[in-house]
Design a protein around this ligand. Structure first.
Ligand code: 7TS
Length: 416
């Protein structure tokens, strides 16, 4: 990740970018929408919306099974996204790309397939304190069933992982590290490449939750040396209901299927037993979200056309500007001030409930997220139950940040 200097202005043509997003023209409570809840889901460019529309108008068909023209066209477009996803995260092989319903399903797949096949009672899993619940609860469910031990990698006061503690947590029973690349609640960018190296030296694997990294910085799974890497389409300007699990081919090949059904088999017999398809199809049971997968491919194109590094730089610019302005607000406490941060600002304000801020600022057209951000252990660590969170995307502007901060000051004045 290149951390942008706050001084040099990136050259993103944000006005041009905004033209691709019809939703940005709408009003909320009579005010222009200022959408700052991008960590929850990003908005969708018209090119992606048109891809969905085009699919249903022209070649809606089930894939991998028909011999007719529509089925061929749908299958080709679906499989083309696999190549685009391979390129997007620089996987070595298209067979290492498995389509899932999102990050959550991807991690559950790893837990239930790799985890059940490889973990034994008393084996240990290291999970960071920064995780979204979707990289905690699947491991807790498995731990309860297989009698595994979960150890927590702590964060420091800034919300950065304590790498000394990380090294010390390993034992001869450590089998897996589960960590996000970027924290959704605080924006902390974790040193996942270094963490993977350490995990591998200790004989453990690493599963990286990339849900908040893929939209903001170039991801290279080979450079990271991640064993598994997961992300969701809807946070990368794509549709909901689709995502990607990357896994190293040799791991995926050795793993048993998780869900059984059509598409994932080679032969099925009551007498001779059932044999399974090769990867990636072994892990893609049933009819997938065909239109959404195809449209996710279009979203990757959209991001590539602008350049993910350019998007990341622009968001760093917005982050620096917003942090500077927000820090000046009396009683403001920003949670998560790690030196390497993505465009996420979590905050609480003395004397003002996060919930009230969220509700009132919505009346002014500003969408921020309020709550625990599905990261309860992290918020507990910092002694708060809820924060407000503003998170940025390619289409946000400096003017929107200024309006957001003005609105915030107004709202704080009302509730104090
Ligand atoms: N991991 C991280 C780091 C996330 O931020 C999220 C969603 C998920 C996993 C789950 O992704 P899903 O697509 O499978 O649901 N994060 C958020 C958020 O921060 N606010 O709403 C959803």
């Amino acid at each position: 990740m290149t951390v942008m200097s706050a001084l040099s202005e990136p050259t993103l043509d944000v006005i041009q970018v905004r033209r691709d997003f019809p939703i940005l023209e709408r009003q909320v409570h009579g005010k222009p929408l200022i959408y700052l809840d991008n960590a929850a889901t990003s908005q969708t460019p018209r090119q992606v919306i048109e891809t969905l529309d085009h699919y249903y108008r022209h070649y809606n068909a089930n894939i991998h099974r028909g011999l007719h023209t529509l089925a061929d066209e749908a299958t080709a477009a679906f499989e083309q996204t696999r190549d685009k996803a391979r390129d997007f995260i620089n996987a070595a092989d298209r067979r290492e790309i498995i389509f899932t319903s999102g990050t959550t399903e991807a991690i559950n797949l790893v837990a239930n397939s790799w985890g059940r096949a490889n973990l034994k009672p008393k084996d240990e899993i290291l999970i960071s304190q920064l995780e979204h619940h979707s990289n905690i609860v699947p491991w807790q469910l498995l731990a309860a069933q297989l009698e595994l031990v979960i150890r927590v990698i702590p964060v420091d006061e800034q919300g950065a992982l304590d790498m000394v503690a990380y090294r010390e947590l390993f034992s001869e029973r450590t089998r897996l590290v589960a960590v996000n690349h970027v924290s959704n609640a605080f924006g902390t960018i974790n040193p996942v490449r270094e963490m993977a190296t350490i995990a591998h030296q200790q004989g453990a694997l690493i599963v990286v939750d990339g849900a908040q990294a893929a939209p903001h910085e170039p991801v290279d799974v080979q450079h990271i040396d991640a064993d598994f890497y997961a992300f969701s389409g809807h946070k990368v300007y794509g549709p909901t209901g689709v995502g990607v699990l990357y896994g190293k081919a040799e791991l995926l090949e050795a793993m048993p299927p998780w869900q059984g059904g059509g598409e994932m088999i080679r032969t099925v017999s009551f007498d001779a037993g059932t044999t399974y398809a090769d990867i990636p199809h072994k892990f893609e049971a049933g009819t997938p979200s065909i239109a959404e997968v195809i449209a996710m491919g279009r979203a990757f194109d959209w991001v590539n056309d602008i350049g993910i590094a350019m998007i990341g730089s622009w968001e760093q610019h917005l982050l620096a500007h917003a942090t500077r302005k927000m820090t000046a607000i009396e009683g403001m406490r920003i949670l998560g001030t790690a030196p390497h941060k993505a465009g996420v600002i979590s905050f609480v304000v003395e004397g003002a409930h996060a919930q009230d801020i969220g509700l009132l600022i919505d009346q002014l057209g500003v969408a921020v997220r309020t709550g625990n951000h599905c990261a309860q252990p992290l918020l507990q660590r910092f002694g708060v139950e809820a924060t407000c969170r503003a998170s940025f995307a390619a289409y946000n502007t400096l003017e929107e940040i200024d309006l957001f901060v003005e609105s915030l000051e107004r709202v704080i004045g009302m509730v104090r």
